[in-house]
Design a protein around this ligand. Structure first.
Ligand code: C5P
Length: 401
């Protein structure tokens, strides 16, 4: 199953680097093609000659190497692989990755890649248990980095505890898992997701918007990317970072969002989680509206384009599966059923936003999945869990067609 896979192995500076030499051989036994980056600290433990003799390729060491940049730039190097494996991943390498440093070839390649990354941490037990390392580990996990180990046991420094790098067969199993098609049921699909609120201008300094945080839509975009899809996220203004590995387009108004969604087509799946403003101000004032003797202004509204309905009813390039959201305060399921029919989409995720549910801006969500065939109610769970469950349901439906 690793046959023909291209692995870029980053060897950091730890005593466990000797195991990485064997890792190269065992990956090659399985038909993988291995290229290696050796950090400066790594050269203290294994030599470029041993690494290069095993990979049968040059060993990449310098960020600003003229020959390397001519033959293959560091960006290309980081993308010309199916998976990046950092073994051993030292505390320093993990810190650099977590904070986005790019001051040597290894950290730059790890920041520049658009591929999955697996780390096999190896360090002294105190360094591993230090809150700083644990924080970095959490950050890496949230960024979608896969982690194998470390194991517990005696360490080269004489201490005992967690910090030993995983053994080669364990690392191979983790590599196989990271590359497994089963874990990536949306591989080969383009998914468009909308998220967040829209902002509708009144004048150059004022706008009308809503309380959508974008947390659910962003979680869906992340989950779809983790499921192997190529994802375009069209988001209104939110206080969230762009999800890793997702093409994110920032928009303000409903009309901008509509245009960005149309430009992103074709897609096999569209998930419209944004809380799009229903109306916009009919005549946006060219200058700031002044407070004056005339009293407060009267605003006239016009309807915004309905992105969900427009895309659902397209005759060309209609995504195979269109998913809408319904935020309701009462008759949640009945209203969602009616919306499914009215808009022409395939699935509605209905959430109860009545006072006290904490759905708006909160971290969890209670949803009902409404299709033409029936209704499924999911227990209250985190927005990440809703996203993962929704993406796996979508993958089942796409596979069944
Ligand atoms: O009609 P309502 O706003 O309740 O429908 C909600 C669903 O429709 C959501 O999926 C939302 O993203 C989508 N929608 C849209 N464009 C609009 C209004 C809503 O895509 N103008």
């Amino acid at each position: 199953m690793l046959h023909g896979k291209r692995i870029l192995l980053v060897i950091g500076g730890g005593i466990a680097a000797y195991k990485s030499l064997d890792l190269i051989r065992r990956l090659q036994d399985r038909g993988a093609k291995v290229r290696a980056i050796l950090t400066k600290a790594g050269t203290q433990f294994v030599t470029p000659l041993s690494v290069g003799s095993l990979t049968g390729d040059k060993v990449f060491q310098e960020l600003f190497s003229l020959t390397d940049e001519n033959e293959m730039g560091h960006i290309e190097l980081s993308r010309d692989a199916d998976l990046l494996v950092v073994a051993p991943a030292t505390a320093d390498l993990m810190a650099k990755m977590a904070h986005g440093h790019a001051n040597d070839l290894a950290s730059t390649a790890l920041l520049a890649t658009d591929k999955r990354v697996l780390v096999a941490p190896a360090m002294n037990v105190r360094m591993w248990l230090h809150p700083a390392t644990q924080r970095n580990l959490e950050t890496l996990r949230a960024d979608g980095v896969a982690v194998v180990g470390p194991n517990e046991g005696g360490m080269a420094c004489g201490e005992f505890g967690p910090g030993r790098m995983s053994e080669v067969p364990e690392i191979i199993a983790a590599i196989e898992k990271a590359l497994a098609p089963a874990a990536r049921p949306l591989a080969g699909h383009h998914v468009v997701v909308t998220s967040g609120p829209t902002r509708e201008a009144i004048d150059p300094v004022r706008y009308i918007s809503n309380h959508s945080s974008g947390k659910q839509g962003h979680a869906i975009a992340r989950a779809a990317a983790e499921a192997g899809a190529s994802v375009t996220l069209v988001t209104g203004p939110v206080a969230l970072p762009d999800p890793p590995g997702v093409k994110t387009i920032h928009v303000e108004s409903a009309r901008d969002m509509m245009a960005a969604v149309e430009a992103a087509l074709p897609a096999s799946i569209a998930i419209f989680a944004a809380a799009v403003a229903d109306w916009r101000v009919a005549d946006i004032a060219g200058g700031k509206i002044k407070k004056g003797a005339g009293g407060p202004p009267t605003l006239a509204f016009v309807e915004n384009p309905d992105i969900l309905a427009t895309i659902s009813q397209r005759t060309t390039d209609r995504p195979r599966l269109v998913v809408g959201f319904a935020a309701e305060t009462e008759n949640v399921v009945d209203n969602a059923r009616a919306k499914l029919a009215r808009k022409g989409c395939d699935l509605i995720v209905a959430n109860d936003v009545a006072t006290g549910t904490g759905t708006f801006g909160g971290d969890s969500n209670t949803v009902h999945l409404v299709t033409a065939d029936g209704v499924e109610t999911w227990e209250r769970q985190s927005k990440d869990a809703v996203a993962a469950a929704l993406v796996s349901r979508i993958a089942e439906r796409i596979a069944a067609r």
